[in-house]
Ligand binder design. Structure first.
Ligand code: HEC
Length: 255
């Protein structure tokens, strides 16, 4: 048998442990400006046009350095890109295959293929990028405190360092990166992208769009999950009402 005092001590330790584990360390260091996102809230959905512009940015810019190994080209149906277009997009990438004679070869990608990685492996990426490793983008939005806000802020967060701050070799000042020195050169500039849909490509617009796309890639099931959640709440509300009505009827004579 444990003595009550030790039980209380154990419970206390558990509570403390939870409290410290739950504290988001990064979020407290730097205050992140927040934006309004189409996918926030219980009825939120992905802004298809924004996510498609975000894919254009990923495809033209980010995918030169970052892999997105868990994503498939066919995932693009979820942001409203027609199947024919997805086929054409995939076909512009060459992926490894094995020729009939058993030698390594290349073939155009298909919608069922994973997004093509820019480097064969992490070592090759580091060798090309001054020793820095761009994180895989598949679940980047989930992996960083602040999610879409953090990604958008980071892309808007380049600038001159405050006076007196020394920036290391091959690093760049960024207001929102923990430690403020990031190995990624500013990837987006105003008007860098010529949007297929004619939207004006301010830096803020570009950052917002690519963050929307990366949020979709990290949570492709989100809209369905929210729809089920809303239905469950409606169902439970109706069920509660019904149960209460039955209770009143059953007990009516007793009161
Ligand atoms: C020239 C190569 C290059 C390009 C292009 C590039 N990145 Fe990066 N990115 C990097 C590297 C290297 C790192 C790792 C930085 C570090 O750890 O200091 C990184 C890190 C990041 C991070 C993670 C920061 C963190 O918290 O760890 C995000 C988010 C990011 N990039 C987004 C993007 C987006 C969005 C694009 C396209 C608009 C993009 N990157 C284009 C090289 C690149």
């Amino acid at each position: 048998m444990m003595r009550p005092a030790s039980v209380i001590a154990l419970l206390g330790a558990c509570v403390l442990g939870f409290a410290t584990a739950a504290a988001p360390a990064r979020a407290q260091e730097i205050e992140l400006p927040t934006q309004s996102w189409s996918f926030n809230g219980p009825f939120g959905t992905f802004d298809r046009a924004s996510a498609q512009r975000g894919f254009q940015i990923y495809n033209e810019v980010c995918s030169n350095c970052h892999s997105m190994k868990l994503g498939y080209y066919r995932n693009l149906t979820g942001i409203g890109i027609p199947e024919e277009d997805i086929k054409a997009i995939a076909a512009t990438k060459m992926v490894p295959t094995i020729a009939d004679d058993g030698t390594p070869a290349e073939r155009p990608a298909l919608p069922a293929d994973h997004f093509k990685s820019p480097y064969a492996n992490d070592k090759a990426a580091r060798a090309a990028l001054n020793g820095a490793l761009p994180p895989d983008m598949s679940v980047l939005e989930k992996a960083r405190a602040g999610g879409a806000d953090y990604i958008a802020d980071l892309l808007n967060g380049y600038g001159d360092p405050p006076p007196g701050m020394k920036i290391g070799d091959g690093l760049y000042y960024n207001k929102y990166f923990p430690g403020h020195q990031i190995a990624m050169p500013q990837p987006l500039q105003p008007d860098q992208i010529v949007y297929a849909d004619g939207t004006k490509a301010t830096l803020e617009q570009e950052a917002h769009d690519v963050a929307t796309f990366l949020t979709y890639m990290a949570n492709p099931e989100m809209e369905q999950r929210k729809r089920i959640g809303v239905k469950a709440v409606i169902f439970l509300t109706l069920l509660s009402g019904l149960t209460y009505a039955v209770k009143r009827k059953v007990w009516a004579d007793v009161h």
